[in-house]
Design a protein around this ligand. Structure first.
Ligand code: SAM
Ligand code: ZN
Length: 312
């Protein structure tokens, strides 16, 4: 990871930004292997899975035995105490959905959509020069290099280490950093970013996490910062039949969620986090995000709800 990224981080367990870094292996501007610890007992590893990639996942996405061996191999002997987080039935079901959904991303696959092509220049026009951009759920970094036309640093954050590995192989020599993260537990301080790009990923936001998610996006964005997002809509009948099917199986599903089977048999999770556009726009407004541009690309076969938002 790049040393300049350290200033953006906070602990996802207690929210503190007073983190301590122990470097095991580094070069001039970056850390290849290391550990970042917080007073509360939480820690992040660097280079445990892939050299130079920071991992900031919550405990339920982590392999603690593998982390222990990594630390032993690095000669790190301080005692650590990573507590398990309490999860209810619904949290456990969602974690299962996300783990399963990630398998589809073991190989890069996404292509540019018409809304991204048209909105990227507008996003760049609004973006402050020399700032920092977060490509959230950015996958293998298909869009990330474009932010460097204006930004000094871009960060790709994604749940999938396989995609981040590809991203790092392709983009390592640019001013881009790579963080394995869960977008519902962002490891960033308030006002860390001047822009957040979230494309082809809104469909992973569960309906009951939407409010909190938008609130967090707004908090990690600077004043005048800009957000791009594109949002899927599904026919009411599809959502209703998913809801009934999974409810009958006893799954703690919420209306709007749509788990389905991909070609090849993989189970995949999609969600229409807000069926009501009015409600969605009220959440934006409540979080100081005003709509600069709103477009419907459904006629072109792309996303029906596309927004550029700007923070007050
Ligand atoms: C359809 S891909 C889009 C990737 C990239 N934005 C692009 O368009 O090329 C969806 C991405 O969302 C990521 N994702 C899903 N759930 C996530 C979560 N909870 N936190 C972070 N990333 C997540 C997946 O790993 C995957 O890379
Ligand atoms: Zn902490």
């Amino acid at each position: 990871m790049k040393k300049q990224t350290l200033r953006l981080l906070k602990c996802i367990q207690c929210g503190s930004s007073r983190l301590e870094v122990n470097v095991f292996k580094s070069s001039d501007q970056s850390i290849q292997k290391g550990i970042i610890t917080c007073k509360c007992g939480f820690y992040y590893l660097i280079g445990h899975k892939i050299d130079g990639i920071l991992e900031t996942l919550p405990p339920y996405f982590r392999d603690l035995n593998s982390e222990k061996s990594f630390l032993e191999n690095q000669g790190f002997t301080s005692k650590l105490n990573l507590k398990e987080w309490q999860l209810d039935k619904r949290d456990i079901w969602l974690v299962e959905q996300f783990k399963e959904a990630m398998k589809a991303y073991e190989k890069p696959g996404e292509a540019w959509s018409i809304d991204e092509l048209e909105m990227m220049p507008l996003f760049l026009r609004l973006l402050k020069r020399d700032g920092t951009v977060l490509d959230l759920a950015g996958g293998y970094g298909r869009c990330t290099p474009y932010f460097l036309e204006k930004a000094r640093l871009a960060v790709i954050g994604d749940l999938s280490i396989d995609e981040l590995k590809v991203a790092k192989e392709n983009l390592e020599n640019l001013a881009i950093d790579f963080i394995q993260l869960d977008m519902f537990n962002l490891p960033f301080i308030d006002e860390a970013f001047d822009g957040i790009w979230i494309t082809q990923a809104f469909e992973y936001i569960p309906p009951d996490r939407l409010d909190r998610f938008i609130e967090t996006l707004s908090s990690v964005l600077k004043s005048q910062g800009v957000i791009f997002c594109n949002i899927e809509k599904k026919p009411l009948i599809t959502l209703l039949s998913s809801y009934i099917k999974f409810k009958l199986k006893g799954a703690p599903i919420k209306f709007g969620e749509h788990p389905y089977t991909l070609r090849g048999g993989l189970l995949h999770y999609h969600s229409t986090p807000s069926y009501s556009v009015k409600k969605l726009e009220r959440i934006f407004e409540d979080n100081d995000l005003s709509i600069v541009c709103k477009r419907d690309y459904s006629v072109q076969g792309s996303y029906p709800l596309v927004y550029l938002l700007q923070k007050a």
